[in-house]
Ligand binder design. Structure first.
Ligand SMILES: [Zn+2]
Length: 553
């Protein structure tokens, strides 16, 4: 039977141990029909599209193992201030955006550096930018928002608010809010001014929108997610593990699939919060049963064990440098966390926990270990997200318990877009050797999956690969780079395995889904410092072209 698409004359890196390299791939009905040499060309028929790759690298479509698709899609239309430094530049950016968006209820900016004004940002600073309309800006890590006075007033936060543990409306000596809002529940009321609070629920509370959005809102939300998907397709991504979510997220994705607009396979978690009863996990099981297709799946539970380094909310084994007595706290109590993990594992669901500080990482491993002891170690592929600092004693535990290190090459300070200053502020110099480990974890047996955490950092996989293979060791630290092939594996087959997508994608072999990315060059011979600038020539998901450079369209 005639095939639909053939890519020939390519440097094919299959991630299939049985045949690691090839020259051509043929696609039929959304699946890979052949992987081989020049003989594959003979499968062409009258209606077959044949793409001459001209020696470019063809890979399995990228698996983005940790991102926030709905939030990222919604943010594409917000003000982007990554790289903006100083008051003048900030004011100019906001004034321009305000003029272009006269009817927006909230002027929201993304990518605000913690040190954007050289001193802690206050509402008064932002009042000097714009005082008569609500404005706010989000830190790149998405764990802190700064808002002006009118935004705080309208959100009901100016005089403080009762917050769950770990979430804080920072108060000044005069008894009013300073403008700094830490963690989702603290800044949720400000984001709600923009009319998108229901899109934040997956990350904020784990709840469902009430009332369920009407048809017009649903349609507008579909467009936002579709914008996010198109953005990702342009970066070669064909599979994603979404790291926030609820049933509404699944419903949006399922609707896009039905409309033929879903350009990537997406897994969506149930978000378990510390205050929830174990019985709420019934919702996770229900989501898993309802969404179990080739494109939209649930099957896992996301939790946050701690905050982030910049706001010193990451839970540490030692006090922070210069802040005696402060190590931050875990968001889950240790014994309770073990019970929760055991119940999730018992239900046959995977667990993914955000753990950044070394104490958070240890407590997370302890929870997974307890689950394994109670239920027997099965192929659950529980994973830890971020692992920005780890105690050496815990390193081998990941490998021995089969825990995936889900880490982000763009995240280490000084490596891609995040400033090096964080290293000094947050980590004792003697611990730099334990920060942002990749190779050490892999060498000790941990499966590794790479991601961007978009919109926390640029979703560009090519920039991520460059960051991963060119990273310079911190003072006193070892070389944490994986080889180029291992890096590509962590962005394809490794991510597919860690996301339980390996039954369908992540390797180029006959019968697998035709999820492929054609890079605009030969990555094996490219200057590593130029990989980030290498474009994506073609993205194919399920046999369908989801992105093409003009000359390939
Ligand atoms: Zn994240």
């Amino acid at each position: 039977m005639e095939v639909d698409l053939i890519v020939t004359n390519a440097r094919v890196i299959t991630m299939d141990a049985g045949r690691p390299f090839a020259q051509a791939v043929a696609v039929r009905a959304g699946r890979i029909a052949a992987v081989g040499g020049p003989e594959v060309a003979a499968l062409a028929g009258a209606r077959t599209r044949v793409v001459d790759a001209g020696g470019r690298t063809l890979l399995p479509g990228f698996v983005e193992s940790h991102l926030h698709l709905v939030l990222g899609g919604a943010e594409l239309v917000q003000l982007q201030i990554g790289g903006v430094m100083g008051f003048e530049a900030l004011r100019d950016a906001f004034l321009g955006y305000a003029a272009r968006n006269a009817d927006r209820a909230l002027l929201m900016a993304q990518g605000a550096a913690y040190e954007i004004l050289g001193a802690p940002v206050t509402r008064h600073d932002l009042d000097r930018v714009i005082a008569d309309r609500p404005i706010a800006m989000m830190a790149p890590d998405h764990h802190t928002v700064w808002a002006n006075t009118v935004a705080l007033e309208k959100a009901g936060l100016l005089h403080g608010a009762q917050m769950p543990h770990g979430h804080e409306v920072v108060m000044g000596p005069d008894g009013t809010a300073t403008g700094e809002l830490r963690e989702f529940e603290a800044f949720g009321p400000v984001l709600a001014l923009g009319g998108e609070a229901h899109l934040q629920l997956g990350i904020a509370t784990g709840g469902e929108p009430e009332p369920w959005p009407d048809a017009a809102t649903f349609a507008a939300d579909l467009d936002k997610v579709a914008a996010g998907l198109a953005h990702c397709a342009a970066h070669g991504i064909t599979t994603m593990v979404n790291m926030d979510g609820n049933r509404y997220t699944c419903a949006l994705l399922a609707a896009l699939e039905e409309q033929g607009r879903l350009t990537a396979r997406v897994r969506v978690p149930f978000h378990m919060k510390p205050h929830m009863e174990l019985s709420e996990l019934e919702r996770a099981s229900a989501m898993t049963a309802e969404f179990d297709g080739d494109w939209v799946r649930s099957g896992f539970v996301k939790m946050f064990m701690d905050g982030v380094v910049d706001s010193r909310t990451a839970y540490m084994l030692q006090d922070y440098p210069g802040v005696p007595g402060h190590r931050a706290d875990p968001l889950f109590e240790a014994k309770r966390f073990k019970e929760i993990c055991t119940e999730i594992d018992r239900r046959g669901l995977q667990i993914a926990v955000h753990a950044i500080g070394d104490a958070a990482v240890r407590q997370t491993i302890d929870g997974y270990e307890a689950a394994g002891r109670a239920n027997g170690l099965r192929d659950m592929r529980h994973r830890i997200e971020h692992i920005e600092l780890i105690d050496r004693a815990d390193v081998p535990r990941l490998g021995s318990l089969g825990i995936t290190a889900s880490v982000q090459p763009p995240h280490p300070p000084g490596v891609m877009d995040f400033p090096m200053s964080t290293m000094d502020h947050v980590f004792h110099k003697a611990r730099w050797r334990d920060a942002y480990l990749w190779k050490t974890l892999k060498d000790h047996g941990a499966p590794v999956a790479y991601a961007s955490d978009w919109p926390v950092t640029d979703v560009s996989v090519m920039r991520g690969i460059q960051a991963a293979v060119t990273r310079v060791p911190y003072e006193g630290a070892g070389d944490e780079r994986l080889s180029l092939m291992e890096t590509l594996h962590a962005y394809t087959a490794g991510g597919a395995w860690a996301g339980h997508w390996d039954d369908i994608t992540g390797t180029l072999r006959v019968g697998m889904a035709a999820d492929m990315v054609l890079l605009d060059g030969d990555i094996e011979v490219a200057d590593p410092m130029a990989i980030g600038a290498m474009g994506i020539a073609l993205t194919v998901a399920g046999g369908r072209v989801t992105h093409a450079k003009p000359e390939f369209s």
